[in-house]
Design a protein around this ligand. Sequence first.
Ligand code: 5GP
Length: 210
Amino acid sequence: MKRKGILIVVSGFSGAGKGTLMKELLKRYDNYALSVSMTTREPREGEKDGVSYFFVDKETFERSIAADGLIEYASYCGNYYGTPREYVEKCLDAGKDVILEIEIQGALKVKEKFPEALLLFVMPPDAEELKRRLEGRGTESAEVIRKRLERACEEAEGIENYEYLIINDDLEECVREMHDIIGAARRNPARNRRLIADMRSGLEAIVKGE
Ligand code: 5GP
């Protein structure tokens, strides 16, 4: 029987380089699917609807919440962000490892609902580098950058809830390391309950001489 995929939650401060990291990971390995979130924030220059996000208004978002169409959702710097349920479930059933690139409140909700989810936290090498990357992106106003740095301070309090840290210094190395960590996590007994149960019943059958 085909194995079910695992749910991988990737969080990290805004500006930590998660987006680039995910893009590379998907380019190099074909066992991953990246979930596209729904948000009420305005598209940034170059972002496409249905690719970067599903950009919707507040009413549409709230209708999705009411219809139980989201696995989780959270409010971040004044906007809603959420994970549409259907795509994630379809990919997991098809054996894909599904990546959710979401912030910490959503990550903790996923962990509650799916205890076997793998939670990864991406960090830049140090705080100054984070500030530099956010400023260098040039897509946000000073006010928004300030908000995102304040939010990073809050999120730093919750890092211990994650299973592994990914330090995003060298991109190449980081992508490889992330793939290796996911590979190892897939072998954790908690993520292989079906395999273990089959092994036990197989052994019992042999011992009983069936
Ligand atoms: P940005 O506006 O920079 O694209 O995203 C802001 C934050 O929202 C990031 O930390 C990003 O990971 C998070 N985010 C994106 N999609 C979702 C989602 O579906 N659910 C939650 N909880 N957070 C999300």
